[in-house]
Write a protein that binds this ligand. Structure first.
Ligand code: ZN
Length: 487
């Protein structure tokens, strides 16, 4: 353990010195003659420092007495002031570096010890100070399955509007989702975050749950949020002479989290559609529930609150206490999960790997290679930040790569590769997604609805009804959400 820790410290120190080399080199180099004090950290070897002809000055508490530049006391004061000034910059860089590379506190503490001992820097001794770890009462409460910290929506808004000069109306989008934090355990964060749609796209944190898996008691998890919003949605937030009016526009979640916070059947179960009362059936061919190619009555706020479809409801969510529309405020048309990582990923993976069985045979490896090569020869405009990776990396593609495929170059590279009817079917999706991706095509939203209905209908013919999974079915609800909530 000792060897491992020392190795880690040396690696950390090496990385830090390399990262901050340009700033460290600004400091005066002092001869080591007379510097006989060993570092305070027993696990760190001092051999390299003491054998070197030059090391950084011991500067923590006293003026150096082995300085050989013959400088005056004023020079030294300037030097001290400069050191203090530069320490702030280096502390900031060091904080970002340690967060980026996930440096352990024990290693960071030793590194700070070395820098404070061997340079004139004045850095915090404790890594928690360097990292600005919050201290004091964090209002963490034990709830079933884990712990919950509630920071509060109102506190965030007061932080944001510290200099308000007029009444404001803000539109809030809340996101709740699970976030695995370790590879080796099931412990997760479930942060509740929000953005102010009309003013600030930067997310702010209302609260965070930590525990094994998702919160076990939805009531305990969401009650602080609901209590706060019930007051704020009616009265707004008073800041000085002005009032911030708040409208809770929607909850943006992936499908499992959406079902969880609404207290309803899982998204891919028999009664899992959030927008209509369609009944799914299990398929032994696709090994999942599929939704028949039929139109069913839409769910409404009233039918939901009256639990007209008893099989859809599992528990009473605390969100029912909020004055919101329990259908419209939970969009399924979230492009990341429904389009990019949903239907586009499903199609590409299906074509490459033969997921659609005998309805659509798997591409021969030669086709996959040629297509990859064609894709990688394309130069995207510089506004699109991701390079194109080949189909052999499909499982590593980020959502943005799938997005670039459907919106920009998919229709070019697939021509002549897909069967003509399959290619034309893909064009329908391309047109509908393009229309729904911008306000500029608002006038075509009705056309997009028809295109998506046609796409799902044709999907059934081309790939088979058993592959009409939740993601494919939800496409018929896409434009409804876009019209209600905007892009
Ligand atoms: Zn539906």
């Amino acid at each position: 353990m000792r060897g491992t820790q020392q190795e880690q410290i040396e690696l950390s120190a090496e990385g830090a010195c390399s990262a901050f080399g340009s700033k460290i080199s600004m400091f005066k180099i002092i001869d080591t003659v007379g510097d006989t004090q060993p570092p305070e950290i027993p696990s760190v070897s001092t051999e390299d420092h003491t054998s070197s002809s030059e090391v950084f000055e011991e500067s923590q508490n006293s003026k150096p007495d082995n300085c050989d530049d013959g400088g005056s006391s004023e020079d030294y004061d300037d030097f001290e002031a400069h050191a203090l000034y530069t320490s702030v910059d280096i502390a900031k860089d060091l904080r970002m570096w340690s967060l980026k590379h996930k440096i352990k506190h024990v290693a960071l503490k030793d590194l700070l010890g070395i820098l404070n001992k061997r340079t004139i820097l004045r850095l915090p001794k404790d890594p928690r100070s360097l990292l600005h770890t919050p201290s004091g009462d964090l209002h963490i409460t034990n709830i079933k399955g884990g712990q919950y910290w509630h920071y509060g929506f109102e506190v965030c808004i007061r932080d944001f509007f510290h200099d308000v000069k007029d009444d404001e109306e803000i539109y809030i989008k809340i996101n709740i989702d699970g976030l695995p934090i370790f590879n080796s355990s099931k412990n997760e964060f479930w942060p509740i975050i929000f953005t102010i749609e009309n003013l600030n796209p930067k997310p702010m944190i209302i609260g965070i749950y930590y525990g094994k898996g998702k919160p076990q008691d939805l009531g305990e998890f969401l009650s602080p949020l609901v209590a706060e919003f019930n007051t704020i949605l009616k009265q707004g937030i008073k800041i000085g002479d002005y009032t911030i009016g708040v409208t809770l526009k929607c909850f943006v979640c992936d499908s499992p989290a959406r079902s969880f916070i609404k207290g309803v059947a899982n998204f891919n179960s028999q009664h899992g559609c959030h927008k209509c009362s369609i009944e799914g059936e299990y398929s032994h061919l696709s090994h999942t529930n599929y939704y028949p190619n039929k139109i069913y009555p839409k769910r409404t706020n009233d039918t939901f609150r009256n639990k007209e479809d008893e099989y859809h409801h599992k528990i009473d969510s605390p969100l029912l206490k909020l004055p919101i529309n329990m259908i419209d405020a939970f969009p399924v048309a979230d492009s990341l999960h429904l389009i990019d990582l949903g239907i586009v990923k499903r199609l590409l993976t299906g074509w490459r790997d033969g997921y659609f069985k005998n309805k659509m045979l798997k591409w021969p490896s030669k086709t996959t290679e040629e297509l990859s090569s064609k894709m990688q020869s394309i130069k995207l405009p510089k506004e699109l930040h991701r390079n194109i990776r080949g189909l052999d990396c499909l499982s590593f593609w980020k959502a943005l790569e799938y997005r670039n495929f459907i919106l920009y170059y998919g229709i070019v590279v697939l021509k002549g590769v897909l069967r003509i009817d399959v290619y034309e079917h893909f064009l329908i999706l391309f047109c509908a997604v393009t229309i729904c991706s911008t306000d500029n095509y608002k006038r075509f939203y009705d056309a997009a609805t028809k295109l998506l209905n046609h796409f799902v209908h044709q999907y059934c013919k081309i790939y088979g009804e058993h592959y009409l999974t939740s993601n494919v079915h939800n496409l018929i609800h896409l434009t409804e959400d876009v019209i209600n909530l905007g892009i």
